[in-house]
Design a protein. Structure first.
Lengths: 113, 115
């Protein structure tokens, strides 16, 4: 399954499928990007990050891709599990300043068993 | 390490009252960030503080909102004369130094409801 972030804020996939969540960021000066997972009633939880000098980074079951040309970020989750159901946010920052995060609106991922 | 502690978890205030939200950073963390989250939206930066100093308050509304991080005790976000539009979840995050991604740890938030 695939989302386009702001234009499709919900994504529903079957357990075991791969999920792709997309994000368009706004500031071409941003040099650090993070994906967060937020479960209902909780604060954002760090998933994976990537610096602007990279275009891909892999973690456990997750991969982040960065395309600076079109200011696009994506999160790929392999073999999605029911525990992955949450809202996913991308965030950007410029590490030369106060390093405040600018968050996207988020995509709600629902994993059906 | 108990993580970032925010209290209260839920706060109900009538219009015109004051709201005080507290954030105790992780042990050893001296940098605190406050964010606000409206329903169905991402978090919006409000203010960045170090002990006894406001470093960046570019996201704070000009009136009624203030923040402090005293030498001793938690960081406080104070909203005077609350209005319905202040209803939101308020999150703080702490860091041992200016945040480098994974150093950022968020609390579970305070959900403010103005009635």
């Amino acid at each position: 399954g695939e989302s386009v972030g702001l234009h499709l804020p919900t994504l529903s996939v079957q357990e075991g499928d791969n999920s792709i969540i997309n994000c368009a960021y706004s500031n071409s000066a941003s040099d650090y990007f993070i994906w967060y997972k937020q479960e209902s009633g909780k604060g954002p939880q760090f998933i994976i990050d990537i610096r602007s000098n990279m275009d891909k980074r892999q973690g456990q079951r997750v991969t982040v891709l960065l395309n600076k040309t079109v200011k696009h970020l994506s999160l790929q989750i392999a073999a999605t599990q029911p525990g992955d159901s949450a809202v996913y946010f991308c965030a950007e920052t410029f590490t030369g300043g106060s390093e405040k995060l600018v968050f996207g609106k988020g995509t709600k991922l629902t994993v059906n068993p | 390490n108990a993580g970032v502690m925010q209290n209260p978890r839920h706060l109900v205030r009538r219009r015109g009252q004051e709201a005080r939200l507290r954030c105790s950073p992780m042990k050893g963390h001296s940098h605190v960030y406050w964010y606000r989250q409206l329903p169905e939206e991402g978090l919006k930066f409000m203010v960045y503080l170090q002990k006894e100093n406001i470093i960046d308050e570019s996201g704070m509304p000009k009136e009624r909102f203030s923040a402090e991080f005293p030498k001793e005790g938690p960081s406080i976000l104070r909203i005077q004369q609350v209005v319905r539009g202040d209803s939101a979840a308020y999150f703080c995050a702490s860091s041992p130094r200016p945040a480098r991604t994974g150093d950022y740890t968020f609390g579970s938030g305070t959900r403010l409801t103005v009635v």
